[in-house]
Design a protein around this ligand. Structure first.
Ligand SMILES: Cc1cc2nc3c(=O)[nH]c(=O)nc-3n(C[C@H](O)[C@H](O)[C@H](O)COP(=O)(O)OP(=O)(O)OC[C@H]3O[C@@H](n4cnc5c(N)ncnc54)[C@H](O)[C@@H]3O)c2cc1C
Length: 379
């Protein structure tokens, strides 16, 4: 196991940082204005398409290429997430969740017509999985598709869908004759309605709304049948994104708190000179670095050891998302009143950190699954 990034990977991280950092400062990527969000995400995708970033994990590579892009992706998500958590969530939902549906289960024509423009930055995707206050871990999907000859009629409702107000295409999870399926629905399909944008506590720049499908007719060729592993696989990809996002939140909060502690003076000295502040920073750095190692190991395992990867990813997700909550809370304490005023990276990361705890496989459900797996291994 060697998680050292290569020069090529470091160069990609520098390239992404150079392209995005000043642009992120000059724009308001955390704005909750839907038109602005769309304009900015499309611009960002255009810029990111100049790098290898949008293709990571999507192109089939030789198995010996232990990276297959996923370990590189973890490092790249940390860079983007630290600059703008909302940009990361929006781009990753489109690329690594909608995109991986196409790269893993799509037909050649779906790859050509949807995946290729997605990797070129010209298409935004969204994924509707969870339903009205229903966690897919607990409840059967209510969205259904009825096949009639060469078309399918889809009906259902998804309450929270990232990118919905701006997406060109949706992948909607549901059932066809009791079989799990994904319906690929274009934004202008009659019967598809996108709800009002939902106001959120964190990730405010990621546009989220409900979608309602009322007898939405799509070609039967736009129905994908991934098999029984569909929901688990989608959750697994979501968990990988949330792990990367947590690294970005910790990086932003740690760097800001460290700089503040070095420059903000009280009692005639910078607050880093107070041992209690130094201790907080050391605890933050320890959690951040341990999270990086865990995240890299889970990404590495996704290519190298599929047997254990699911359980390892749940463990990494629990550790990284809970660490992000702790690290960002400690950063808030270091900034004192300056942290409480809105619009700084620390309070932003603090608010966003709550999302990772319940989204994907929640920390509670992950613990149940890790326990069940461990028990299974002992039998
Ligand atoms: C901002 C935002 C964006 C979202 N984006 C998307 C999206 O793009 N696509 C999409 O499909 N969905 C999306 N969602 C939905 C999200 O995935 C769900 O909110 C999530 O799955 C949790 O479901 P829930 O909110 O109904 O919580 P619940 O399932 O009701 O959980 C509530 C609490 O109970 C615990 N719990 C639930 N079941 C168990 C169990 N079996 N064992 C132990 N504890 C349990 C949970 O851990 C949690 O603490 C989004 C939600 C939000 C808020």
């Amino acid at each position: 196991m060697n998680y050292d990034f290569t020069d090529k990977e470091f160069n990609l991280f520098i390239e992404i940082h150079t392209l995005i950092s000043q642009w992120a400062k000059d724009n308001n990527l955390e704005s909750s204005d839907s038109d602005l969000s769309e304009q900015q995400i499309r611009q960002a995708l255009g810029q990111l398409s100049q790098t290898a970033y949008l293709e990571l994990g999507l192109r089939k590579t030789d198995k010996k290429d232990a990276g297959n892009g996923l370990l590189t992706l973890m490092g790249a998500m940390e860079v983007i997430g630290a600059l703008s958590p909302s940009l990361l969530l929006s781009v990753e939902t489109s690329t690594r969740i909608f995109g991986r549906i196409l790269s893993t289960w799509g037909t050649d024509s779906q790859k050509e017509n949807l995946l290729a423009p997605l990797m070129d930055g010209g298409l935004i995707g969204a994924v509707g999985l969870s339903e009205d206050a229903m966690n897919v871990e607990n409840d059967a999907l209510m969205t259904t598709g009825v096949i009639d000859g060469d078309h399918a009629t889809v009906s259902g409702r998804k309450q929270y869908v990232i990118n919905a107000p701006m997406a060109d295409w949706f992948a909607v999870a549901g059932l066809v004759d009791g079989k799990e399926a994904l319906f690929l629905v274009a934004k202008d399909t009659p019967g598809l309605a996108v709800g009002e944008r939902v106001a959120t506590m964190g990730y405010q720049g990621a546009a989220i709304s409900s979608i309602i499908l009322s007898g939405c007719e799509i070609p039967a060729s736009q129905v994908i049948y991934p098999g029984k592993a569909m929901l688990g696989t989608l959750r697994h990809w979501e968990n990988q994104v949330l792990i990367g996002a947590s690294l970005g939140l910790m990086k932003a909060a740690f760097e800001s708190a460290k700089n503040y502690a070095k420059t903000h003076k009280t009692g005639g000295k910078p607050i880093i000179a107070y041992q209690k502040i130094g201790f907080k920073l050391s605890e933050m750095l320890t959690l951040f670095q341990a999270s990086q190692l865990f995240a890299y190991k889970a990404a590495w395992a996704a290519n190298s050891d599929p047997k254990d990867v699911e359980s390892l990813t749940w463990c990494a997700k629990v550790f990284c998302t809970e660490s992000a909550e702790q690290v960002t809370a400690k950063a808030m304490r270091i900034l004192g009143g300056a942290g409480f005023t809105s619009g700084n990276p620390v309070e932003q990361s603090f608010r966003c950190s709550e999302y990772g705890l319940f989204a994907g496989t929640s920390t509670e459900i992950s613990r149940v699954k890790i326990g069940d797996n461990a028990l299974g291994a002992m039998k």
